[in-house]
Design a protein. Structure first.
Lengths: 138, 69
């Protein structure tokens, strides 16, 4: 498998999952508002929209596992570690602010989007670092 | 790790893209190795050595020898 094919596979997993997430979330909200389910039905309805997000997390893991180019793979893992560090830093500081009563309870469902923003920042930084090294080495 | 990859590539008139294609890696991998920002794995180092028909030591400078010189 080439790096391009690995990226294509990732996108083919990512975009349908995100589309399904939007559809399931809207449908779940609609059902909840109209029928007000209780008990097991409510739990199932709440969990269903999270399943495509789990698929996205799996796709991200597979993007690392299936990446055939060792340098690109290392950069991806590096970016994921930076994203994890950023997420841990933000949630830790938020927790202390929360304990002090300075901010409201943290929205836990935003932790994964926060990690994704960290990943984007890290990948952009690594891309610029490579770009400048390219210019210096050319 | 210091290496002679850029020189060897230039001697053959290959671009980074040409070398990347021959090694079945990305161009950015070749650039990262040439500039010493990335040390290739042993299997990739062997592929590079076999492509240039040289030993690994003739392409990559051992870090301990680099310090000694």
């Amino acid at each position: 498998m080439t790096p391009r094919e690995a990226n294509r596979r990732y996108l083919l997993r990512f975009f349908p999952s995100m589309t399904l997430y939007v559809i399931l979330l809207l449908t779940a909200n609609l059902i909840d508002a109209r029928y007000h389910p209780q008990g097991i039905a409510l739990i199932a309805l709440a969990i269903v929209p999270a399943l495509p997000i789990l698929a996205v997390i799996w796709a991200m893991g597979m993007a690392v596992v299936e990446q055939p180019d060792e340098y690109v793979r290392r950069k991806l893992v590096h970016a994921m570690l930076i994203a994890t560090a950023l997420m841990l830093a933000v949630t830790t500081v938020w927790s202390f602010l929360e304990d002090a009563g300075a901010v409201p309870a943290k929205p836990v469902h935003l932790v994964f989007p926060l990690w994704c923003i960290g990943l984007l920042i890290a990948q952009t930084w690594l891309w610029f670092r490579d770009r400048f090294a390219d210019d210096a080495g050319a | 790790m210091t290496n002679r990859l850029r020189v060897l590539r230039a001697e053959r008139g290959w671009s980074q893209g040409d070398l990347a294609e021959r090694l079945d890696v990305s161009r950015q991998s070749v650039n990262a190795i040439e500039t010493g920002r990335y040390d290739p794995s042993l299997p990739l180092a062997f592929r590079i050595a076999e492509l240039f028909e040289l030993s690994i030591e003739e392409i990559f400078v051992s870090p301990s020898r680099e310090i000694a010189s």
